[in-house]
Every structure is written in C-alpha cells, then in structure tokens.
Write a protein that binds this ligand. Structure first.
Ligand code: ATP
Ligand code: MG
Length: 408
C-alpha cells in the first residue's frame, strides 16, 4: 500500500489523556482511535494487526477441532436470569426505546447463549463432544479503563466453548486447549505462564490463566524460577521466596497481564438450559461444559508493551501490519522496488510521500514494521538499504538479495 493513500497520519506527540504506553504508541502510529474511555476503533494499520492475531488464534482453534461461528451481541434478559448473572456488575444493560426497564444486555460472554443453542442439537452421547468458538466484541463496564487496549469497555475476544459427556472428557480437552493456547501466545512472540487461578463470575472451580510478565500488569503472580509452575495471588498462599509445591524451586513474585483464561464449567449452564443427553445405558445426564477465552485486543496491547523502544513499536514478524516498509528518500523513485516486492508476495507499505528523510525515518520507527528498505541517491541506482527495525546495522543490497532476506 502507498502511504500517501493511507487516510491516517502519525502524530509526533502522545495524546494527553492516555497514560499507557500501548495506547500512546498505537494512537501516535495511527493504529487506533479512542472514541471514549476504554472504547477504541481499529484504524487500517491496527485492523491489519488484529487480523493477524485473530488468524493465529483461528488456526490453533481449528487445529483442535473448534468450529468457528458468530453469536449475537444483544442478549435478551432471560439468558443471564437463568444462571443468576443478570446482576453481575460489569454487564451493560440496554433499555429499548419506550421501555422503562432494561430488557437486554450486550455481550460480555456467551456461556448461556451457546448452552441454549446446543440444547436444540444435542440429544445423545453420540452428539458429543464438540467445541465451537467465535471472535467477537465483548462489552464490560470496567471502572478503571486507563490501560489502553489492556482493559477495554469494549474489546475483542476469541471465546471457545466445549461440550462433553463427562468431567473426564472435559479435562482431556481442557489440556488440549491449554496446549493450543501456548502455541497462540508463542506465535505472537509472548511467553505466557500457565497459572492456577480463581473462577470469578464463571465457575466455583479453579481455572487457569495465561500470564505475561510485565511491569504494567494488574495481576500479581508467583512463578517458580525452576519449573515455571505459577499461581495467581488471588488464590495462592505462596509468597516471594516460597518453595514451589511442584519442584521445591524458589517462587518469584511478578506483575503480569492476563492474556487468556480457561474454565472447567461443569454442568451449571447445561442445567439452566436443559442441555442434557442420553448415555449408552439410556440414562439422561447433564452435558459438561468448558469455556476458554483469549483477549485478542488485549494481546495487541500486550505485544506493544513488550515490544517497543523510545522511538516506537517493534512488531514481531507474525503480527506486523506489513512485512516491509519501503522509504523513497530525496527524490528517489521507489516504484520499481515496490512492484518487485508486491510481485514476490511481500506485504509492503511504500512511503511515497513528499517528506524529509528525518520524518520518514521517524515514522518508520514509530510504526514498527520489521524490515525497513530505503532507496535514495546516496544508496545508489538499483540498490536498497535494508535494516531490521530491532537492529542498528543496515546493509546495502541488490534486489535479489533483498527479496531473499525479506521472504525468509
Ligand atoms: P480481568 O481479570 O483482566 O478483568 P477477566 O478474568 O474478567 O479479566 P475473562 O472473563 O477471563 O476476563 O476473559 C477472557 C480474556 O479476555 C481475558 O483473559 C483477557 O485476556 C480478555 N479480557 C477480559 N477483560 C478484558 C478487558 N476489559 N479488555 C480487554 N481484554 C479483556
Ligand atoms: Mg480471567
């Protein structure tokens, strides 16, 4: 894409009302626009990032048999009333025109919705197990929405739900989801600790969170320095220096961002919606459910918190909005290089604007695309200066070598 056509522009200074690094950098780079506290729009560059993260989540959910779907965002009150969650404080309720009382809520999670849908299709043990997921907008009234994409009042979640004949079968699948989640976070360039945690508004059982170490994280987690066993402070009796209950190693206290959470739900939602099946002996039993969430937009914010320097964002290759950022400096024409890159299937942002080299370099560092390519009179006819965003050294290469480097 030609940068001269991009309708967004970069900003030199951070917006005054944003304190979080991720929000400052993403706003300055033209990735997101804040509509109100905790409510963001994804601009063309930001949406490319969201699509990359979503695609990674989608591939890993498909790989464990997840069936993608899209559920409604406007929920009649009978759903949450059936499970006693109509009163949960983060739920946004909606009053329809002419009504006095709220008759709906907007989506904050979907256990009730999918349990009711599943009840129509599940009759026998032969209909189980299955799992379905979506990537969809969630709304939660977060009192403190000051962390940019880390805590939105409106945010994107990948939520998966699974349905089983027994607890045993649920826990088998739960472990597979945990492995798939680890793959998602690794592919996003993040190290996430698998952490024993509480069930919140979802379940009385323990759950597992995926926690990424970061000084801006709101969670306190104890992680073993030796085997990486981890517990959330909310349920843990461990402290800094305690012996790890698994291996005896020393526990370390960290601040962390919760990027995912998986929940063994049991039959609470099935009971509320008559979601039952007949087993091999002809006995009627409740379906056992699990639910599993990844914060897609929180992941985007987390990646920026981890991958940036004083000049801007440094996107991991798999997440970056473009692979290459081509800058044409001092009157040089980059069209031939742009065409060659596009022919080779490289996603490229081409800075063809009339701007000074200083402005173009600053924007490239801010936007954070992994490969920077410069054509200029100084670099020379037919040559390209190639540099990784994360590195200092550049190389001057011919087009063949540039393509070989960028495409690997
Ligand atoms: P938190 O404890 O951070 O408020 P939660 O435990 O209430 O989150 P879950 O219901 O477990 O959140 O949601 C699944 C995932 O969705 C979380 O692991 C997180 O990555 C993401 N998420 C939850 N709330 C938000 C939010 N307000 N903004 C962005 N992402 C969120
Ligand atoms: Mg959680």
């Amino acid at each position: 894409m030609r940068q001269s056509q991009l309708f967004t522009k970069t900003q030199k200074t951070a917006p005054k009302d944003e304190v979080a690094q991720n929000a400052q950098l993403l706003t300055r780079g033209g990735f997101i626009y804040k509509n109100s506290a905790g409510v963001y729009s994804y601009l063309p560059l930001g949406w490319r990032v969201i699509r990359n993260i979503s695609q990674i989540a989608r591939e890993e959910m498909d790989a464990i048999g997840g069936q993608e779907m899209l559920m409604s965002a406007l929920h009649d009150k009978h759903y949450l009333q059936a499970t006693g969650r109509w009163g949960v404080d983060v739920v946004y309720k909606v009053i329809a025109g002419g009504d006095k009382e709220p008759g709906f809520n907007i989506s904050w999670t979907h256990e009730e919705i999918l349990a009711e849908i599943a009840a129509r299709y599940v009759n026998s043990y032969k209909d189980l197990p299955f799992a379905a997921y979506q990537i969809q907008t969630k709304f939660r009234h977060e009192p403190r929405a000051k962390s940019g994409l880390l805590r939105g009042r409106e945010f994107l979640m990948k939520d998966l739900y699974s349905f089983h004949v027994s607890e045993e079968d649920l826990y088998r699948y739960y472990d597979r989801v945990a492995d798939a989640y680890k793959k998602v976070f690794t592919r996003c360039g993040l190290k996430a600790y698998y952490t024993l945690a509480a069930g919140g508004d979802f379940t009385v059982s323990n759950t597992h969170e995926f926690q990424v170490e970061s000084s801006v994280g709101e969670d306190t987690v104890y992680v073993c320095g030796k085997c990486e066993y981890a517990e959330n402070n909310e349920i843990s009796r461990l402290r800094e220096g305690s012996a790890c209950p698994k291996c005896g190693g020393a526990m370390r206290e960290i601040k962390a961002i919760e990027v995912g959470n998986i929940f063994p739900l049991g039959a609470k939602y099935s009971k509320a919606f008559g979601l039952a099946f007949t087993d091999e002996k002809g006995e009627k039993k409740d379906v056992v459910m699990g639910s599993y969430g990844i914060g897609i937009s929180r992941l985007m914010g987390t990646i920026v918190e981890i991958y940036h320097d004083e000049k801007g964002i440094i996107w991991p290759d798999a997440i970056a909005p473009f692979t290459a950022h081509l800058l044409a400096l001092n009157g040089a024409n980059g069209d031939a290089v742009y065409d060659a890159l596009q022919k080779a299937g490289v996603n490229v942002l081409y800075d063809d604007r009339e701007a000074t080299p200083g402005e173009k370099f600053a924007d490239a560092d801010l936007i954070g695309i992994p490969w920077r390519l410069v054509v200029s009179p100084k670099v020379g006819e037919g040559k390209v200066e190639l540099k990784r965003r994360a590195e200092k050294e550049s190389r001057i290469l011919g087009m063949e070598e540039v393509l070989a480097a960028v495409k690997q």
